[in-house]
Design a protein around this ligand. Structure first.
Ligand code: ZN
Length: 378
C-alpha cells in the first residue's frame, strides 16, 4: 500500500465539534489536551501524554516549528499566529472532504457552523443532539401535559437541515435502560419534575423515561428521514461511568431498531471497540468508529485501528476525529488515521492476505464511502 493511496483520500469526518473562538494560553491549551476535569498534578504537564507528544511531533512542523518543539515554544507560536491562522493551517493539512458537526455541547465557547466551514474550507453538516433539544424545550417553559408533542415538534423543526441525530444517554445513566418506548402518560409524569427543575436553573436531562422518550422520538424521525442515530459509546470525560457505556448493553434496542431499519452509529467505543466491531458484524444496522481514541492514542493509534478492523465488515467502520476545541485534534485524528490505515492494510498486503486494489477499496470505504452511504448528505 503506497502512502499516496491514503494521503489523497478526502476524509468525511462524521463526528466532530467546532474549534474554540479565542486564543489559548498555556493553561487553556493544556486543558483541551485532556478529558479530565482535574488539574494535572503539580510539577507535571499534559504535554507529557500520548496526545501531547503527538502535538509536539506532528503539529509543530505544520506551524513552522521543528518536530518536538517544547510546550512553551509551541504555545508561543500558536499565540503569534493567532487562533484563526492556526485553525486554517491545521484543518487544511487534515485533508478533509466534509465535516458532520455535533452542535449540542459547549457551543457558546466554539465558533459557529459557517465559521467552521470557512476555516476548514469544506461543507459542514449538522448532527442534532436529542438531549439538547429536550433541554431547550424545558427552557422555553412548556407545561408537562404538552411536553410529548412539543418535544416531537421541536425535534422535527430543529433537525430540518440535520444529516443525523445523536444521543449522549451514555452520560446520563448509561445503557442499562429499559429498551421499550415509554407511553405519553409516563412521559408527562416524568416531565413535571424536569420542567420544574428547569424553571429554577439550567436544565439537565437525566430522567430515564425522558431519555428513552427522546431516543424513541429520534428513532421515529430517523426512520422517516433516513437519518442514522449516533450513540456516544465507551470512554469520555469524568462525567461518565465507563462500565455502563458498553454497546453490548444495547443489544435489545439494536434488534428493535434493526426491525425498524434505523441505523445506529457507535462513536469512540474505546475500550469497547472490539465489542462494537462484533455488534457491527452481526447486526445490519450497526456502524462504529474509534474517533477521539486515534489522537488520544498518539503512537499507539495504529494498534487501535487494527483491533477495530479485526472482525467488522469493511462497510461498517467509519472515520471521525471527535475533535473538540483544538484544531490540532482535527489534524492529528486525520493524520494518525491515515498512517494507521496505511500500516494495517500495508501489513495485510505484505503478508499476502490482501491485494492492492482491494486494500484501496477498503480504505476508501472507511475514509469516506461508508459515511456517504450512511448519511443523507446533500
Ligand atoms: Zn464528540
Amino acid at each position: 500500500m503506497h502512502s499516496e493511496d491514503v494521503e489523497g483520500l478526502r476524509l468525511i469526518d462524521h463526528h466532530c465539534h467546532c474549534v474554540v473562538k479565542t486564543d489559548l494560553d498555556r493553561a487553556g491549551f493544556e486543558r483541551l489536551l485532556s478529558e479530565s476535569y482535574d488539574p494535572e498534578p503539580p510539577g507535571t504537564s499534559r504535554f507529557d501524554s500520548p496526545l501531547g507528544l503527538a502535538v509536539r511531533r506532528w503539529c509543530a512542523p505544520v506551524l513552522g516549528l521543528e518536530p518536538f518543539a517544547s510546550p512553551q515554544d509551541y504555545v508561543a507560536r500558536r499565540t503569534a499566529l493567532g487562533a484563526e491562522e492556526v485553525g486554517r493551517s491545521l484543518l487544511h493539512e487534515a485533508g478533509l472532504g466534509a465535516l458532520l458537526v455535533d452542535t449540542g455541547y459547549r457551543s457558546d465557547e466554539l465558533v459557529d457552523l459557517p465559521a467552521m466551514g470557512a476555516l476548514a474550507a469544506v461543507p459542514v453538516h449538522e448532527i442534532v443532539r436529542l438531549e439538547a433539544v429536550a433541554e431547550s424545550v424545558a427552557e422555553s417553559g412548556v407545561e408537562a401535559s404538552r411536553y410529548p408533542s412539543v418535544y416531537r415538534d421541536a425535534l422535527e423543526e430543529i433537525s430540518k437541515e440535520a444529516v443525523g441525530l445523536k444521543t449522549i444517554v451514555a452520560y446520563r445513566g448509561g445503557f442499562t435502560f429499559d429498551p421499550e418506548p415509554p407511553d405519553d402518560a409516563d412521559v408527562v409524569r416524568a416531565a413535571g419534575p424536569f420542567l420544574e427543575a428547569a424553571a429554577s436553573g439550567r436544565p439537565r436531562l437525566a430522567d430515564p423515561v425522558l431519555l428513552r422518550f427522546g431516543i424513541w422520538s429520534g428513532a421515529r424521525l430517523a426512520r422517516e428521514r433516513g437519518l442514522p442515530i449516533q450513540f456516544h459509546t465507551g470512554w469520555g470525560d469524568a462525567d461518565l461511568e465507563l462500565h455502563r457505556a458498553n454497546p453490548t448493553l444495547l443489544t435489545q434496542l439494536i434488534r428493535e431498531f434493526d426491525r425498524l431499519e434505523v441505523n445506529i452509529v457507535f462513536l469512540h467505543c474505546y475500550p469497547f471497540h472490539r465489542d462494537a466491531a462484533y455488534l457491527a458484524s452481526v447486526y445490519g444496522n450497526v456502524y462504529f468508529d474509534v474517533g477521539s481514541a486515534l489522537h488520544y492514542h498518539g503512537p499507539s493509534s495504529a494498534g487501535l485501528l487494527a483491533e477495530a478492523m479485526e472482525v467488522a465488515p469493511f462497510s461498517k467502520l467509519l472515520y471521525s476525529s471527535d475533535a473538540f476545541g483544538l484544531a490540532e485534534q482535527y489534524f492529528l485524528g486525520a493524520m494518525l488515521f491515515r498512517r494507521a490505515l496505511g500500516a494495517t492494510l500495508g501489513g495485510w498486503i505484505d503478508a499476502d492476505h490482501c491485494d492492492t486494489a482491494t486494500a484501496r477499496r477498503i480504505a476508501d470505504g472507511i475514509a469516506r464511502g461508508n459515511a456517504l452511504r450512511l448519511y443523507p448528505l446533500p
